[in-house]
Design a protein around this ligand. Structure first.
Ligand code: FAD
Ligand code: NAI
Length: 463
């Protein structure tokens, strides 16, 4: 006999496991189906967390090489123990996986190990290896199966020298020359990790700019800084084919000489993960790019089946998936649930970090929206000077008439932490004047946000 639940979640990434916990808090009998041993999804296993562990560790290395002497710190030569660095990263992942396992237990959520597949009529089959498949039943089924790396014909990972982010988080040696295809978030974050470890890093990008979608002034500044750090950008470059003989990789590029290197990272975006999910059989519709179609309550075209997170498209961010998981389950259990998509922050964890919330100046100008912009450089911020992090700036964009803040963009140290203030302010409908009149402690990097808000009316004090 099949077990019956109020809510079955397929996929235990940040969207899925958070949704199950919220469901349990609201009194629903919940189960989670996950085909990997570890919980936490892409984000914990091969995404946010392992990449940040490597970024944090290699940043220490960079500081020891470039900042210590100037500050009067004399250290011996800092050497890289790559296996230990990877072991530390794996340890962080294992600890957090244990944490999620504990949270599911605490909330009495059943965990089913295996591949989940919709059977229609509120039923799901869970298949694991040679074991007899198990059938489960639920009033509500939530698809939270996330995304996987994309590639193009002629540019496929080979499980060895040509890899995606998953492989680039665990390479056993430091490539002498790494070519990254795609100057997006993954390309710049993981390119930074390997550059710091000593690789020559060349980034090939199809578009004439890096970080499409990011405020263009911020992206230009980022390119300048990353180039100064040693990253080589070849923009407007169309890759045709990537091959490897097991040692050397060859990248054929339109209209130019081929490039050879010893490892390739393909970072050209991600696609929804819906393989063998039974979508057609259950009547769940997808769009042209394969993302599951949902309405504003995250309901799919099949009654009682919902979807959230990367698998429905939009910003592919862990916190967006979490918010959707919570909103979806709250709607199921209480009839209410809400997300303000205009205030979801995005952070790129390069050094300096790049963070933004709301609209870009480019998009607003393109729409003919009348705006006022205030900018303040970290070079004029006392705390940034003391810490030696003077690169970058804060940009506050406000409506020309109402003064309501429409977007905040930061490139600078700890931008990922600083952006939270802007997101909260925007959620509360703040004007630039509101931020400008809030007292910020001195000396802090956050003062740069206040000064950028003051600069909207040309009254910043330190510029
Ligand atoms: P996922 O995390 O992809 O989880 C889906 C889960 O479903 C997986 O565990 C998968 O095994 C499981 N699954 C799939 N199909 C089935 C099935 N049929 N049966 C059972 N289980 C199934 N985002 C950020 O916000 N910040 C970051 O710093 C960040 N860094 C990233 C770094 C990298 C290298 C990558 C690749 C991504 C990063 N992301 C980051 C993006 C983030 O990981 C995703 O947006 C997020 O994980 C999406 O969550 P999700 O719950 O929708 O899906
Ligand atoms: P992306 O969409 O950020 O960047 C892909 C880049 O590849 C784009 O610049 C695109 O123009 C380029 N490109 C596409 N096809 C190409 C081709 N044939 N040749 C050369 N360049 C090409 O995708 P990315 O970096 O793979 O990341 C996937 C997702 O993961 C992102 O949407 C992001 O939201 C998420 N992520 C988030 C992180 C964070 O929040 N810090 C970190 C890493 C990933």
């Amino acid at each position: 006999m099949s077990e019956t639940y109020d809510l079955i979640v397929i996929g235990a990434g940040p969207g899925g496991y958070v949704a199950a916990i919220r469901g349990a808090q609201l009194g629903l009998k919940c189960a989670v189906i996950e085909r990997e041993q570890k919980l936490g999804g892409t984000c914990l296993r091969v995404g946010c967390i392992p990449s940040k562990a490597l970024l944090e560790t290699t940043e220490l290395l960079e500081q020891s090489q470039h900042s210590f002497a100037e500050r009067g710190l004399i250290a011996g030569e800092v050497k890289v123990d790559l296996p230990q660095m990877m072991a530390h990263k794996d340890g962080v992942v294992a600890q957090l996986d244990g944490g999620i396992q504990g949270l599911l237990k605490k909330h009495k959520i059943d965990r089913h190990f295996g591949h989940g597949c919709l059977l229609g009529g509120g039923k799901v089959e869970v298949a694991s290896g040679d074991a007899e498949p198990v059938q489960l039943k639920a009033k509500h089924i939530l698809i939270a199966t996330g995304s996987v790396s994309s590639s193009f014909p002629g540019m496929e990972p080979d499980g060895d020298r040509i890899g995606t982010s998953t492989e680039a988080l665990a390479w056993p040696d430091i490539p002498e020359h790494l070519v990254v295809i795609g100057a997006g978030v993954i390309g710049l974050e993981l390119g930074t990790v390997w550059r710091r470890l000593g690789s020559r890093v060349t980034v090939l990008e199809y578009l004439p700019r890096i970080l499409p979608g990011t405020d263009s002034q911020v992206a230009k500044e980022a390119q300048k800084i990353l180039q100064k750090q040693g990253m080589d950008f070849q923009l407007g470059t169309k890759v045709q084919k990537v091959t490897s003989d097991g040692k050397t990789c060859l990248i054929e590029v339109e209209g130019r000489d081929a490039i050879s290197c010893d490892r390739v990272l393909i970072a050209v975006g991600r696609r929804p993960c819906t393989d063998n999910l039974g979508l057609k059989r259950a009547g769940v519709g997808t769009d042209q790019r394969g993302f599951i179609q949902v309405n504003s309550s995250y309901q799919t075209t099949a009654s009682g089946v919902y979807a959230i997170g990367d698998v429905i498209g939009g910003a592919m961010l862990a916190h967006k998936a979490e918010e959707e998981g919570i909103a979806c389950v709250e709607k199921i259990a209480t009839g209410h649930g809400h997300i303000n998509y205009g205030t979801i922050p995005g952070v790129i964890y390069t050094a300096p970090e790049i963070a933004s919330v709301g609209e870009t100046e480019d998009a607003l100008k393109e729409r003919g929206h009348k705006i006022k912009v205030g900018r303040f450089s970290f070079a004029a911020n006392g705390r940034a000077r003391a810490a030696g992090h003077t690169e970058g700036f804060v940009k506050v964009i406000a409506d020309a008439e109402s003064d309501r803040v429409l977007g905040v963009h930061i490139i600078g140290a700890h931008a990922g932490e600083l952006i939270a203030e802007a997101a909260v302010a925007m959620e509360f409908g703040a004007s630039s004047e509101d931020i400008a009149r809030c007292c910020h402690a001195h000396p802090t990097l956050a003062e740069a946000i206040k000064e950028a808000a003051m600069a909207v009316e040309r009254r910043a004090i330190h510029s």
